[in-house]
Design a protein around this ligand. Structure first.
Ligand SMILES: NC(=O)c1ccc[n+]([C@@H]2O[C@H](COP(=O)([O-])OP(=O)(O)OC[C@H]3O[C@@H](n4cnc5c(N)ncnc54)[C@H](O)[C@@H]3O)[C@@H](O)[C@H]2O)c1
Length: 393
């Protein structure tokens, strides 16, 4: 009997995320292992359909990875029942229009974040998906990082006592593009093209904070453009109209205060490109992408402030490394497998378009706070009745 399979439309697969994380590290890795395993032990194979604007690029990718199907015709792909899932890795600006089409075609949808450019549009997509009764999911990759998995386990074990605060540091120097090529696409630095570090990173911070520590109740943020001119992929200077650094304070359910700095204009002096320090009454932890270190209260030193003496204490040596007790796979792949099981056997996958909309809302509120200088309150986000009625029509 031929093996069961599920077809996945992969739109924007030639991009950075589409190619590396979603095609190579997720879908091809799942194909390579013989498919996704269901609760019954049965395996369902995945079949990608590469979609993009350049036929030549798609043909090259298909050849390189032995993929049978590719097309530049999204409408035809959506009309073909062979492809049950639509996956979107386009630049943010192009996403909502493509997702609307996929909803109308009745596909299950899995997408990169942010789901849309405004919270109204993100809610509209959530309402349309709900009215159409289609399964939907949004990438929440940071939660699957080994470092954050260790942090999750510390929280679940009660290690921290009462959590007081979280300090996140994310960032690295992104070259301006003049004397060295930039290591990120130039659209990220143009607001008119959907760029900006708030729009890019606050959706991540929303799901990290709400899933690990508590719902975000309010945000104060200052977003700035430190480098006003950059040089694009073709060597042309352009005005960097989007924010390249953001300094945010978030108040969470339970009174936890989180501060997160996000910056493409900072030089790294930490163990990893993102690190979160969590301080609780019974212990503290510093978690990065991979590693996690802890300091319980009964191993906490007792510093005394004295500017007259150089402090000989080695504070870094006071921390214990959390061991690698589990082999953790690529987070994009793990989440893909969860989403595939959600589609195939209704297994749980909680990171849906509403979770995506909350991320977009935090970005929008962060930018509003930066413009006005005010702290922005964030009530529970629900689908407005009018949106649901409008979407059902
Ligand atoms: N989860 C994460 O950690 C993470 C990291 C980086 C980016 N992202 C998100 O992934 C998405 C893609 O980012 P990237 O860094 O891969 O960008 P990229 O520029 O490398 O790729 C974008 C893709 O969109 C296509 N595209 C560009 N303009 C288009 C248009 N007008 N119509 C149709 N297709 C178009 C490009 O051909 C390319 O395939 C963005 O929404 C970004 O926010 C997520």
């Amino acid at each position: 009997m031929p093996q069961k399979s599920i077809g996945v439309i992969m739109n924007g697969v030639s991009g950075r995320m589409g190619y590396r994380q979603h095609l190579v590290r997720s879908i091809l890795a799942i194909r390579e292992q013989g498919g996704v395993e269901l609760a019954s032990g049965e395996r369902v194979q995945v079949e990608p359909l590469l979609v993009g604007r350049s036929e030549a690029k798609l043909a090259e990718l298909a050849r390189r990875h032995d993929i049978a199907d590719y097309t530049t015709d999204l409408d035809a792909a959506l009309a073909d029942p062979r492809w049950e899932i639509y996956a979107d890795f386009l630049v943010t600006k192009a996403r909502a229009a493509a997702i609307r089409k996929a909803i109308a075609a009745g596909k299950a949808i899995y997408t990169e974040k942010p789901t849309a450019e405004s919270v109204d549009e993100a809610l509209e997509l959530a309402a349309l998906a709900r009215a159409a009764g289609i399964k939907n999911g949004v990438v929440h990759d940071k939660l699957y990082l080994p470092g954050l998995q260790k942090l999750r386990r510390l929280i679940d074990s009660g290690f921290f006592g009462r959590i007081l605060s979280v300090r996140g540091e994310f960032g690295y120097w992104v070259f301006e593009g003049d004397w060295q090529p930039a290591q990120r696409p130039s659209w990220n630095y143009r607001a008119e093209d959907g760029g900006g570090i708030v729009v890019d990173m606050f959706p991540h911070w929303n799901y990290v904070l709400e899933n690990l520590f508590g719902r975000v109740q309010s945000v104060y943020a200052r977003a700035v453009t430190h480098i006003p001119t950059r040089v694009d992929e073709a060597g042309r200077p352009y005005a960097a109209t989007a924010d390249d650094a953001a300094y945010g304070v978030f108040e969470l359910d339970g009174g936890v205060i989180a501060q997160v700095n996000s910056s493409w204009t900072v030089r790294v002096d930490r163990g990893e490109l993102v690190e979160f320090q969590v301080d609780g009454t019974h212990g503290s932890a510093v978690a990065g992408l991979h590693r996690c270190r802890i300091q319980p209260r009964n191993a906490t030193p007792k510093p005394v402030w004295n500017p007259d003496l150089a402090d000989a204490h080695d504070y870094a040596a006071d921390w214990l490394t959390v061991p690698e007790n589990d082999a953790v796979e690529n987070g994009f792949k793990t989440q893909w497998e969860q989403f595939l099981r959600h589609v195939l056997e209704d297994a749980p996958h909680e990171f849906d378009f509403m979770a995506g909309a909350r991320g977009v809302r935090l970005a929008e509120a962060g930018l509003e706070s930066s413009r006005t200088g005010a702290r922005v309150e964030l009530p529970e986000l629900t689908l407005p009745q009018a949106t649901l009625v409008g979407a059902a029509r």
